[in-house]
Design a protein around this ligand. Structure first.
Ligand SMILES: CC(=O)SCCNC(=O)CCNC(=O)[C@H](O)C(C)(C)COP(=O)(O)OP(=O)(O)OC[C@H]1O[C@@H](n2cnc3c(N)ncnc32)[C@H](O)[C@@H]1OP(=O)(O)O
Ligand SMILES: O=C([O-])CC(=O)C(=O)O
Length: 378
């Protein structure tokens, strides 16, 4: 095992690198606020579009501002033919996060204002990405099912339209509401790895698309956003609620990381989990299906076993993973759905970084070989 020398903060654990006005985790109360508003109240009372406005502009929209915001977002959802052709040519074997990463990079290449890092230009790009990403995710899920894309419907809200583009129909409002709650909870979480990645890229004065492309790469990993997919794979691997304890003992004995558990900041439970778990419970009750009940029982059994054995609590990916499965999405679409939401937080942070920019460039303590002569050099 390697020991960390004093003064070194591996993984930047515990290091405060800047200030932010966007969100904060309040450790003492295990709570999370966006621009000062508790996230559970936003999830209960506001639409995801209102939350996006709050994150970007600092305030919830009034009725007129919301009308205008919705109209602008709905008008930008469609993909042009070149993008649809490009996406259709990507191998069906690649992960949907690769598709999304490629799409964002391509949007940048297509945008003649790509290098305009001004506030107005970046706000326009952020809105266009918010509007278009669900269209990419839905078209990609359909492609993998051998189905043609369904164009967006501008008469539908953000969450409803996503279901429409994925499945050709909108489920009952309770399901849409649970999905929208997940989008609000996933929208923003301070200096997490993907947001920090976006800020690092922006700190070099690179363009917004490059920062978002890099952030998608960071979110894909199973220690971050990729965990919501890994949770579902793990539940399917365990299969039977009666196996949960024994499976966990074996996994811990082999030093496996249990997906959907633990967090760098929350050590006594993720503030978002109770809200998402409540939404998941409603989905389970509504389904009234023995197979769904079995999965929910397994989900609860593994959570209890993990808390009992290790004292490690679930993070948001744990209830969100199963909730997305019950909503009918394919597992590889789960992390792309996270992107559809987190695009709001990433772009809010890019704007904030550029407003008070300092190049992000930490130091490293060198512990490689001492200086030596290149063979043959005089
Ligand atoms: C939306 C999000 O991105 S939330 C995070 C999603 N990621 C996951 O769910 C992946 C699983 N979880 C993990 O790997 C970790 O908990 C992380 C990466 C999220 C946080 O990691 P860190 O803050 O670096 O915590 P760290 O890895 O130091 O964990 C502390 C101890 O708890 C253990 N631990 C933490 N999480 C887990 C886990 N999920 N399974 C097993 N052990 C765990 C570690 O092994 C370590 O044990 P040790 O002290 O005996 O070495
Ligand atoms: O904050 C983190 O490290 C990870 C997380 O929960 C998030 O990004 O939502």
């Amino acid at each position: 095992m390697t020991t960390t020398p004093p003064g070194i903060h591996r993984g930047l654990a515990g290091v405060v690198v800047d200030t932010t006005e966007i969100s904060t985790v309040i450790q003492e109360t295990n709570s999370l606020t966006y621009r000062g508003y508790p996230v559970q109240d936003l999830a209960a009372r506001r639409s995801f579009e209102e939350v996006a406005h709050l994150l970007w502009y600092g305030e919830l929209p009034d009725a007129g501002e919301l009308r205008e915001f919705l109209a602008r977002e709905r008008a930008l959802r469609a993909l042009d033919r070149t993008t649809l052709e490009l996406l259709a040519r990507l191998p069906g074997t690649c992960h949907p996060m690769d598709v999304l990463r490629t799409a964002v990079s391509f949007f940048g290449a297509e945008d003649p204002t790509e290098d305009d890092g001004g506030l107005t230009a970046n706000r326009a790009k952020s809105l266009a990405l918010l509007a278009k990403l669900p269209t990419v995710v839905a078209a990609d899920q359909r492609r993998r099912r051998g189905l043609a894309p369904i164009p967006p419907d501008p008469s539908l809200g953000y969450a409803e339209n996503f279901f429409h583009m994925c499945f050709g129909g909108v489920p009952d409002p309770e399901v849409v509401r649970c999905f929208e709650i997940s989008l609000t909870l996933y929208a923003e979480h301070s200096f997490n790895a993907s947001t920090f990645t976006a800020r690092v890229v922006s700190s070099t004065l690179s363009d917004l698309y490059s920062a978002v492309t890099a952030a998608i790469g960071a979110l894909k990993g199973p220690l971050h956003g990729g965990a919501n997919e890994a949770v579902m794979h793990m539940l399917l691997e365990i299969g039977d609620p009666r196996r949960a304890g024994a499976w966990l003992d074996g996994a811990l004995a082999s030093e496996r990381k249990i997906m959907g558990f633990g967090h760098r900041v929350y050590k006594h439970g993720d503030s978002r989990v109770p809200i998402m778990q409540d939404a998941l419970d409603r989905l389970v009750a509504r389904a009234a299906d023995p197979e769904v009940s079995r999965l929910a029982t397994l989900h609860a059994a593994l959570r209890h076993a993990m808390v009992n054995r290790k004292g490690i609590h679930p993070n948001l990916d744990y209830p969100a993973g199963l909730a997305y499965h019950l909503m009918g999405f394919d597992i590889p679409a789960f992390t792309p759905i996270f992107v559809m939401s987190r695009i709001t937080g990433w772009t809010a942070h890019i704007t904030e970084q550029l407003a008070h920019n300092a190049l992000i460039r930490p130091l490293a303590s060198y512990d490689g070989p001492g200086q030596r002569a290149v063979p043959g050099a005089a």
